[in-house]
Design a protein around this ligand. Structure first.
Ligand SMILES: [Ca+2]
Length: 210
């Protein structure tokens, strides 16, 4: 099961909740992801391309960002045979019974399906959580899945699985933490400004149309 939240929804929620409730909601487990914001180069991220015939450019210095100055770009400039292109980070050390959330912000130049997965990075590839998502071609959106760790595991991995159809996907602010999904405190203010402006424009348009 995957869920998503738009920058607009985040902005509206932020405006509606107020700072007191917001700060309470943001109290949650630490983010285990290293270089989660892609502001420190490409490490320790890796991309695996299943089809050797596919052409994929990737990297964090690409001029797009949800926050900070960079995101991680996966540019599939040469389509393959419909096989997998995956962005990975591992290993994470987790214990049986931990309830985690895997969340990330995504943007694409076209609507395209993808899959979020958390699993054991060796046979039998035990899945602790997975969800199909749809990356939209507009503003950045946050997607997340719940993760149920069912074994003591020192090689847990998180990854985003794309198919090797042409197109560009950008990834930013990846979170993997213990606890249920909560919005992240402090992110999204630029979108809040944008959303407010869009709402103002929409209301102005409605009034003008009367
Ligand atoms: Ca960033």
């Amino acid at each position: 099961m995957a869920k998503r939240r738009t920058a607009l929804a985040a902005a509206i929620a932020m405006l509606a909740c107020g700072s007191v409730i917001w700060s309470v909601m943001a109290q949650d487990g630490d983010n285990l992801v290293q270089n989660f914001d892609f502001e420190d180069g490409d490490a320790p991220w890796s991309v695996w391309v299943e089809d050797g015939g596919a052409g994929v450019d990737r990297g964090s210095d690409n001029g797009e960002a949800f926050s900070g100055k960079n995101s991680y770009m996966i540019d599939i400039f040469n389509a393959g045979g419909g096989q997998r292109v995956e962005l990975h980070q591992n290993p994470f050390l987790l214990e049986a019974g931990q309830q985690m959330t895997f969340a990330l912000w995504l943007k694409s130049d076209k609507v395209r399906p993808a899959r979020m997965i958390v699993n054991h990075r060796a046979a039998p590839w035990t899945s602790y959580g997975a969800g199909d998502i749809m990356i939209m071609d507009g503003d950045w959106e946050e997607h997340w899945i719940p993760v149920d760790v069912t074994a003591n595991d020192d090689i847990v991995g998180i990854y985003l699985e794309l198919r090797d159809t042409k197109g560009v996907v950008w990834v930013d602010r990846v979170r993997f933490y213990e606890g249920e999904y909560v919005p992240e405190e402090g992110f999204g203010e630029p979108q809040a400004v944008d959303a407010h402006a869009k709402l103002a424009v929409s209301w102005a348009s409605l009034r003008a149309a009367r």
